[in-house]
Design a protein around this ligand. Structure first.
Ligand SMILES: *[C@@H]1O[C@H](CO)[C@@H](O)[C@H](O)[C@H]1NC(C)=O
Ligand SMILES: *[C@@H]1O[C@H](CO)[C@@H](O)[C@H](O)[C@H]1NC(C)=O
Ligand SMILES: *[C@@H]1O[C@H](CO)[C@@H](O)[C@H](O)[C@H]1NC(C)=O
Ligand SMILES: *[C@@H]1O[C@H](CO)[C@@H](O)[C@H](O)[C@H]1NC(C)=O
Length: 461
């Protein structure tokens, strides 16, 4: 029963198709912001060619991958506002300046508030292009739409560093207008972790540059997210888990990783949703249904008929009203168990995550809500309410999403408190090299305490 601020549904979908709820919740200052985009995405068939070009160019410049050292690194995540959003940190520019960014596997653009952003960026730290000697202005307009607003600015490139990796001329957007509620300080922007084919800017996402550049030990990243939603002592910022880049951390999961291939051209991280049970009863799922796995969405969205069927299994549940339209309320005294399968193992959502928030002494709001998505888009959006219950892996090749059971070590991090990772630095002393004999470690200065420096810095295109 913690107050919530639902900032986080940052999932890109066509604007004309993704319905309510997108508005502020009365009395709480919450906004349910579903990211959506007006423009149609780049032709999804282009991604493969682009990825291949990227890789071929890199190999032509730097030689065979067999002589290239590979590496891995991790970024500690912050849980903002009781599991509403999860952010990490990266550094941009020369000299490098660090920023906190929402980690969003549901979209593909990196953007940060620029110093030209006035009051609309609130007190979020901003990026100053004039202070970076490696800033390049692409001078094309950038615009991404969210359910509750938009971020606008221009496309650019600069040196971007994260978790010990360094990418020169990384595409991103400098944002100078942002709608209220999209940024909650200290967050300055968003890191899209889905595929280039759906990047509004058309530019290759950071993760994809690293994966296709063959610098990771394994071409994948893993995510573990902590739970604070049912911890009444939680602070606004808590340790949020970890983003493992280029490897999976076997201390955080048990058993094997159950990979499900993306059934088509990668765009979102979408996989089939094959079964869903509520209180042990199966809900009918249309064959061919797909679900996007989205760290940037707080809850879980699905088609109205399926959501109705879920709550039909929960006595005394009912559609919520007012600005909660699309959501359902149910008696908080009911322990709700939901299980999902994507074609392999079956995964449980904890009752704590199902009981998203409490609206009265007896009524709770469930994490599953109704939203209809556009033709060709995944009809389910599986957000953090599910992802807190598993270790998730996002694999480049073959393009797939994997899940594994959390280890007791990972589970013990839920509600454990501790020190919130901080990204408050002024400069990073980057050791960037384009040779295969890059020194290990020290890719970033030690003051960037959220990062580890296991990595050989990789200079990419
Ligand atoms: C980059 O280009 C855009 C579009 O021409 C312009 O509005 C912006 O001021 C430029 N930024 C800098 C730092 O020059
Ligand atoms: C793996 O996770 C454990 C538990 O959080 C941590 O102590 C360890 O440092 C991690 N190792 C790597 C290489 O990420
Ligand atoms: C929060 O929920 C989890 C999962 O259901 C449970 O294991 C944990 O004990 C709960 N924590 C509190 C403080 O109630
Ligand atoms: C690679 O590094 C060397 C030595 O610093 C430099 O001379 C060369 O121009 C670099 N090559 C590229 C493609 O950046």
């Amino acid at each position: 029963m913690v107050p919530l601020f639902l900032l986080a549904s940052l999932f890109a979908l066509p604007a004309d198709t993704f319905g309510a709820p997108t508005d502020a919740v009365p009395g709480s200052g919450r906004a349910i912001s579903l990211l959506r985009r007006n423009q149609s995405p780049r032709d999804v068939t282009e991604w493969g060619a682009l990825a291949k070009n990227q890789r071929d160019n890199l190999l032509a410049k730097y030689g065979s991958p067999t002589v290239q050292k590979r590496s891995s690194g991790y970024n500690l995540i912050v849980d903002q506002l009781y599991d509403s959003s999860y952010y990490g940190s990266l550094a941009i520019g020369t000299p490098a300046v660090s920023f906190d960014v929402i980690l969003d596997t549901g979209s593909s653009d990196l953007w940060v508030a620029g110093s030209s952003c006035g009051t609309s960026c609130g007190s979020s730290p901003t990026y100053n292009p004039a202070s970076s000697s490696t800033f390049q202005n692409l001078s094309t307009a950038f615009n991404i739409q969210y359910g509750s607003g938009a971020a606008e600015g221009y496309d650019a490139q600069d040196l971007v560093q994260m978790a010990g990796f360094s990418v020169s001329s990384q595409g991103f957007a400098v944002v100078d207008t942002v709608s209220q509620n999209l940024l909650t300080s200290p967050v300055s922007g968003l890191l899209g972790l889905a595929w280039q084919s759906i990047a509004s800017s058309g530019q290759m996402p950071l993760w994809q540059a690293l994966a296709s550049g063959n610098v990771w030990d394994s071409a994948l990243f893993g995510v573990q997210l902590n739970r604070y939603t049912n911890d009444s002592t939680a602070q606004e910022l808590e340790p949020g888990g970890v983003l493992n880049m280029g490897y999976t951390n076997s201390s955080l999961y048990t058993g094997s990783i159950d990979y499900i291939d993306i059934p088509g051209t990668p765009s979102y991280w979408y996989i089939p949703l094959t079964s869903l049970t509520v209180q042990g009863t199966s809900i009918s799922i249309t064959s061919g249904t797909t679900a996007a796995i989205d760290t940037g969405t707080t809850n879980i969205a699905g088609p109205a008929s399926s959501i109705q069927a879920i709550y039909a299994q929960i006595p005394n549940s009912q559609p919520a009203t007012g600005e909660w339209v699309g959501y359902y309320s149910f008696p908080c005294s009911t322990t709700v168990n939901v299980e999902l399968s994507f074609g392999g193992n079956t995964w449980s959502i904890s009752p704590a995550d199902f009981a998203f928030t409490q609206t009265s002494s007896t009524e709770c709001i469930g994490a599953f809500f109704e939203a209809s998505t556009g033709t060709g888009s995944p009809s389910w959006i599986i957000g953090d309410a599910f992802l807190k219950n598993v270790y998730s892996v996002f694999r480049y090749n073959p393009p797939s999403v994997g899940f594994a059971s959390l280890s007791s070590v990972a589970i013990a991090e839920n509600g454990a408190g501790g020190t919130v990772p901080s990204a408050t630095i002024g400069t990073v002393s980057a050791t960037v090299t384009n040779t295969s004999d890059a020194p290990r470690g020290r890719a970033l200065s030690a003051s960037l305490s959220t990062l580890v420096f296991l990595a050989v810095s990789a200079l990419l295109l």
